[in-house]
Design a protein. Structure first.
Length: 111
């Protein structure tokens, strides 16, 4: 009986920890790779109130078949921290009712 109680005490925090991580990791609709062309906090010529990142990106499987350069609205200017124009990145997109929103930016170490 004591062993079952101890095991239960050890398992509960692990389950809570796993649930917290799942809540923090956003579900991405698409992933892409590319090179940052511009980081534009608001206001900018592309959007008055939201941050914008311009990415020259490779084809995005399931979304865009061509390589192109285009602006995306970013979820937050905090995503820009540590990045500069010319950096090779991988990024995650979430489809919202009004935009394809960049919600994750990471260094692209695949090359």
């Amino acid at each position: 009986m004591k062993a079952a109680i101890v095991a239960g005490i050890l398992v509960v925090p692990l389950v809570v920890l796993a649930a917290d991580r799942a809540a923090v990791a956003p579900k991405l609709d698409w992933r892409g790779t590319g090179i940052i062309q511009a980081l534009l906090p608001p206001p900018s010529s592309l959007h008055a109130t939201r941050p914008v990142i311009v990415i020259e990106h490779e084809p995005i499987p399931g979304l865009m078949a061509e390589k192109m350069s285009m602006p995306f609205i970013a979820a937050s200017t905090d995503l820009f921290r540590g990045f500069k124009v010319g950096d090779r990145i991988s990024f995650g997109l979430k489809e919202t009712s009004d935009a394809l929103l960049v919600i994750v930016i990471q260094p692209d170490r695949s090359r």
